[in-house]
Design a protein around this ligand. Structure first.
Ligand SMILES: *Cc1c(COP(=O)(O)O)cnc(C)c1O
Length: 362
């Protein structure tokens, strides 16, 4: 078997060690006589798995006690509705910062439930930067401020958390969860689809400050009410049991590497390799303002669409797959999540150097 380097934005690579461990336990977990997939979610074996996953996540993210961790379904996209349904209930208004397609979608969904303002946007420059200096425009009476922490499609990241005063800050961290340390106490809600940095698609992680639970709008469907899930330990209905098990293995994998500090250093090193090359290349260039660059998603172009297409094709044949940029922006994008080994980035840079030599003057 030869595994490719998969630069997909999501679903994406999982750590090889995790896949191996899961494979070894696929037919029988411990001495349970069954696969985790077949277990009752109410069984004592499964209870140990979900409890351990939560405890390990709390440990590596340093999640304060006054926050609840929820393992849900529906993807990050369902949170676009759950956030307003549960939080936009006091003054019925919220502020959104528009930094890309996901933030835009979240804002559009929020507008179905109350008075939503797009306070700042970087759409004027194809979302190639993070807006700054908008804090004074924020409404102190808003029920929350929403940001998308890492913009998967455009490759930007909030390196500084905006100060929203007493207004709870809500962040979509789908594509940067567990990529580096984060101060959970600065946020009201953090949420993430698992398929980028945590587990197979189908699991959504929500980390929510306890005082924000229990105030949902009257119209809120039972399944979209955070309280339903918090008061039932994420087991109001059947949770995505196998995904939570894989997530637990990934949390342990991170812990063994040395936690988020260590993972963050590795991710910085990986991203630097690629950005340094892009900055020195005569053919390729990055598309994002330097200070706002993402550690996880690195978009780049040659400036020539035909050459971009050639690069995508040849890189794929060489075992570097899914380097095509998002359909809305074109060019290329290398997503280098936690599970992408540094060797994968080194090999990609070598391949890009070779491609540059062969194609610079043609
Ligand atoms: C992938 C992604 C989403 C969408 O996630 P789903 O789980 O597919 O709904 C939302 N926000 C960000 C930042 C993403 O990267």
């Amino acid at each position: 078997m030869s595994r490719v380097y998969n630069f997909s934005a999501g679903p994406s690579m999982l750590p090889y060690e995790v896949l191996k461990k899961a494979a070894s336990e696929l037919l029988e977990y411990g001495s349970s006589g069954q696969s985790v997939m077949e277990m009752s979610h109410r069984s004592k074996e499964y209870k140990a798995i979900i409890d351990d996953a939560e405890a390990t996540l709390r440990e590596i993210m340093n999640i304060p006690d006054n926050y609840t961790v929820l393992f849900l379904q529906g993807g990050a996209s369902t949170q676009f509705a759950m956030i307003p349904l549960n939080l936009m209930t006091k003054n019925k208004k919220a502020d959104y910062i528009i930094t890309g397609q996901w933030a835009k979608k979240a804002c559009k969904e929020g507008a179905r439930y109350g008075a939503v303002r797009a306070v700042a946007s970087s759409e004027d420059e194809t979302f190639s930067y993070i807006p700054k200096g908008f804090e004074k425009k924020l409404d102190p009476e808003a029920d929350y401020v929403h940001i998308c922490m890492n913009n998967t499609i455009y490759g930007t990241k909030w390196h500084e958390i905006p100060d929203t005063g007493d207004v709870p800050l809500v962040a979509d961290i789908s594509s940067c969860i567990l990529s580096e340390p984060i101060d959970v106490s600065k946020f009201g809600v953090l949420y993430a689809g698992a398929q980028k940095n945590v587990a197979p698609a189908g699991l959504t992680i929500v980390i929510i400050r306890n005082d924000l639970i229990g105030n949902a709008m009257e119209i809120t469907p039972t399944m979209l009410n955070y309280e339903t899930h918090s008061s039932n330990g994420s087991m109001f209905n059947t949770p995505p049991t196998y995904n939570i098990y894989i997530a637990g293995l990934v949390f342990h994998w991170i812990k063994e590497i040395g936690g988020l500090e260590a993972i963050g250093e590795i991710n910085k090193k990986k991203a630097k390799l690629l950005y340094d090359f892009l900055d020195s290349s005569k053919l390729f260039k990055g598309t994002v303002k330097k200070e706002d660059r993402s550690l996880m998603n690195v978009p780049f172009v040659t400036g020539n669409e035909e050459l971009d297409a050639k690069f995508v094709k040849e890189s794929s044949m060489a075992g570097f797959i899914n380097l095509k940029g998002h359909r809305s922006v074109g060019g290329m994008r290398a997503s280098i999540y936690n599970a992408m080994p540094i060797e994968g980035v080194e090999a990609l840079v070598e391949f890009m150097k070779k491609f540059e030599e062969e194609n610079l003057n043609v």
